[in-house]
Design a protein around this ligand. Structure first.
Ligand SMILES: [Zn+2]
Length: 409
């Protein structure tokens, strides 16, 4: 298979936080074959002269829901499977063209969708999935209005983000079932949420015994548990129970952040989700019970970044958008830039997110053996991160697995 040879540009190294001059990058068979400071000889490869532009790794979003094509998660779950699948495919295509070449889906997408992307049936980011998130009755995946006592939550549908399970045996069975079905990690709803109708933000989801049981099942399988979390008490309890990937963390305090560091956990803030919901959520079908909860978590967001950075807690890039709000995905960069440096943010959307995807060395780096996933950027993102998210930004091309999915010139 003929490839590409990139020359004359600068290569972004997220680990060192620098642009490296004078490197040539050879792409063959969808992978990076060679990175060299000497001229690379290749007969077959098409030469691409970068003329001083930056070649950087494709972006990785560690918190998305690709099947969430509607803001109203209950209506989303009730969509016919074919419609929900095709709408997910459309959202995935849009994510890819924004520059996200890999995403971690933290509730909803099953392995079949990841396989469809790998086979080229669906154009979108490489998908790392967990299947349906685990939730207790009345937890964050319980989409039933308060007096709707029907037993199910349409968990078997493509558009459902989660499933209900109560008790240690039931959560073990659910985790095992997801793992045998191709889940690469397990997601649990361990705290109240915004988009669900009957769980206040402070509510703790699952007992400690249930959380420990899920962690044991994941570890038995060689993977980890991710948990939906806002309050300091919920985060502390989750860390104590062995949960590794701490989603949101809006209300975390310094002591808990230090404990998370000591246990080797990783946080995934998703600030844009709340700004976007506050802006347009109600108009797009978010229910009044949910609208009332947005501010509780939104106001902690920027402060939480400062607390986690000071503690030394690694943070991965995440967006967590629903339905028509997906268009704001890149604006997570703008929010984080109010507190964090471009270097920290670029590492979060490459190296740190790659670790959570368990794709270290394969995504988030420009190095031999990695997937040929790149952005070509006109300018230096370390000096001006806005190149990635401004309307008139600097992204000139997106390549995934050695194939251009966007090329402006
Ligand atoms: Zn989420």
């Amino acid at each position: 298979m003929a490839g590409f040879l990139f020359t004359g540009g600068r290569v972004l190294d997220a680990a060192q936080g620098v642009l490296l001059d004078g490197l040539e990058v050879l792409v063959e068979g969808g992978l990076i074959r060679e990175v060299s400071d000497r001229p690379i000889a290749s007969q077959a490869a098409t030469r691409i002269e970068l003329a001083g532009r930056t070649l950087m790794p494709g972006l990785v979003d560690a918190h998305v829901h690709v099947v969430a094509s509607m803001v109203d998660t209950a209506a989303n779950a009730m969509q016919p499977n074919t419609l929900a699948t095709l709408r997910a495919a459309k959202l995935m295509g849009q994510m890819l063209r924004r520059g996200f070449t890999t995403v971690r889906d933290v509730g909803g997408a099953e392995a079949g969708l990841a396989m469809a992307q790998e086979e080229g049936l669906v154009e979108g980011p490489r998908l790392v999935v967990c299947g349906k998130a685990l939730s207790q009755s009345g937890g964050h995946s319980d989409i039933r209005p308060r007096f709707d006592d029907r037993p199910g939550i349409f968990a078997e549908r493509v558009g459902a983000l989660g499933q209900l399970c109560d008790g240690v045996d039931a959560v073990r069975r659910a985790a095992r079932q997801e793992l045998r079905s191709g889940a690469r990690f397990i997601k649990v709803m361990a705290n109240g949420g915004v988009a669900s109708p009957t769980d206040p933000i402070h509510a703790l989801g699952f007992s400690r015994e249930e959380l420990r049981a899920v962690v044991e099942e994941a570890e038995n399988f060689g993977t980890y548990v991710s948990a939906h979390l806002y309050t300091d008490a919920a985060i502390r309890r989750a860390v104590e129970c062995g949960i590794h990937s701490l989603e949101h963390c809006n209300l975390i305090q310094a002591e808990t952040a230090a404990l998370a560091v000591a246990r080797g956990a990783v946080a995934v803030p998703t600030l844009i989700a709340y700004d976007a919901l506050a802006l347009e959520g109600e108009a797009l079908g978010l229910k009044p019970d949910s609208v009332a909860k947005i501010e509780t978590v939104r106001r902690g967001g920027l402060e939480s970044l400062d607390i986690m950075r000071s503690a030394g807690l690694p943070m991965a890039f995440g967006s967590d958008l629903l339905g028509g709000l997906h268009k704001y995905q890149l604006q997570e960069f703008a929010l984080r830039a109010r507190v964090l440096s471009p270097r920290e943010i670029l590492a979060s959307a490459t190296l740190v997110a790659a670790r959570l995807c368990q794709l270290e060395g394969l995504v988030g780096v420009v190095a031999p053996g990695a997937y040929a996933d790149f952005l070509v950027v006109d300018g230096d993102p370390f000096a001006d991160l806005g190149l990635l998210y401004r309307e008139d930004g600097g992204v000139r091309a997106v390549m995934q697995s050695g194939r251009f999915v966007l090329r402006l010139d």
